[in-house]
Design a protein around this ligand. Structure first.
Ligand code: MRU
Length: 357
């Protein structure tokens, strides 16, 4: 059974506190939107799709305890809470897109549903639908990605199996389930195609060492951890077939924001002629942002770089620059963008969006 970052059952929401992994498995109950916001901000839950799911589900459990007189009161409450949830972390677009979708849906619903309790219940049901859809979309990403990689002669040369490298954590812990980039690796493994998976440590927050390594072991995928600074040498000395990463936001021109360190991996992959894939659902594509330079990059507190588990590791008094994400230019996404609808280039994605995907 795969790891569960989010448990939503009988109107109750629990999240796995990822700050305590891999040492302890502790679930925490989320009862209000404020609890949801705090869990996202403090990174107890993280990963673009999981942020959106926990944000919306925190609204669902919060709504259970509210009563409203008028449908307008329901809509105002939902709008205010969603606006607040979006402020928790700025780079990942999934929370914002899901919030807009939910608000539009709620407004349309209110036109034909004058009874506040039914309106509230139907909004909660819609949020539950998002949860199921995320898992289904990730399974499709895994399927499309594994097929594409196994049919790409640049990835599969004479060997029948592949060696892959991934960054940060994009698995069950970063989504409602299955994962995006790690979902592709999971799908490759299920089909017997993985020779070896490498994951980066992902400094400074160590999502790779703490979370991806944990998931790879859990799934019994043959895997090795490397420090971020070893990636170029790994590409030079081992037959790496593909680099597969996730996304926090894909701009209209295809530039992709993802965990800090992604850009340098893409540069190194290009130099070594290794296909570089981004795996992300359509909910990570932000067509209102023209160019990667316009994506807001979250900066995390200096302590996350200067210390580990509260123990200072850097020289006292040193300055600190701690951007949490970087933007990889589209031209470096040489493998393509793996989505739930297939593997595309930026023009194909634009066409799909124009046709209502
Ligand atoms: O800061 P984090 O841990 O939320 O960053 C996560 C990433 O950068 C992931 O690669 C991205 O959100 C995709 S998760 C499927």
């Amino acid at each position: 059974m795969s790891l569960e970052s989010i448990r939503f059952k009988n109107g109750k929401l629990h999240i796995l506190d990822q700050l305590q992994l891999p040492k302890k498995t502790v679930y925490e109950e989320i009862k209000t939107v404020e609890d949801g916001w705090n869990a996202i901000k403090s990174m107890k839950v993280r990963g673009a799709p999981a942020i959106a799911m926990v944000g919306c589900l925190s609204l669902a459990v919060d709504l259970e305890n509210q009563s409203f007189e008028l449908t307008d009161d329901v809509l105002n409450y939902v709008e205010k809470k969603l606006e607040y949830l979006i402020t928790a972390r700025p780079t990942a677009v999934n929370m914002m897109k899901t919030a807009n979708e939910l608000l539009d849906y709620s407004k349309h619903l209110a036109l034909e549903m004058p009874e506040t309790e039914s309106l509230k219940r139907t909004i909660i049901e819609r949020i539950e639908y998002f949860l199921k859809k995320d898992i289904k979309d990730n399974e499709s990403i895994g399927e499309h990605g594994s097929k594409h990689i196994m049919n790409n002669p640049k990835c599969v040369k004479n060997e029948e199996k592949v060696n892959v490298l991934t960054h940060c954590n994009t698995g069950s812990l970063a989504t409602a389930g299955y994962g995006t980039a790690l979902g592709v690796i999971r799908s490759l493994h299920t089909k017997g195609f993985v020779e070896h998976a490498y994951c980066t440590e992902t400094r400074p927050y160590n999502q790779g060492a703490r979370l991806t390594a944990y998931e790879l072991i859990h799934e019994k995928i043959p895997a090795t951890l490397i420090a971020d600074s070893m990636a170029a040498l790994l590409m030079k000395s081992k037959p790496i077939s593909a680099v597969i990463v996730g996304a926090d936001r894909v701009a209209r021109n295809g530039d992709t924001a993802n965990k800090i360190g992604t850009y340098q991996l893409a540069v190194a992959a290009k130099y070594h002629d290794i296909p570089f894939y981004v795996a992300a659902p359509f909910s990570s594509i932000d067509h209102d942002t023209e160019h990667g330079d316009h994506i807001e990059i979250e900066h995390r507190p200096p302590e996350e770089l200067l210390s580990i588990h509260g123990v200072q590791i850097a020289a006292e008094g040193i300055g600190c620059w701690n951007p949490s994400f970087d933007v990889t230019p589209y031209e470096l996404l040489t493998g393509g963008i793996i989505t739930e609808h297939g593997v595309f280039n930026k023009e194909e994605i634009l066409e799909k969006l124009t046709n209502g995907y």
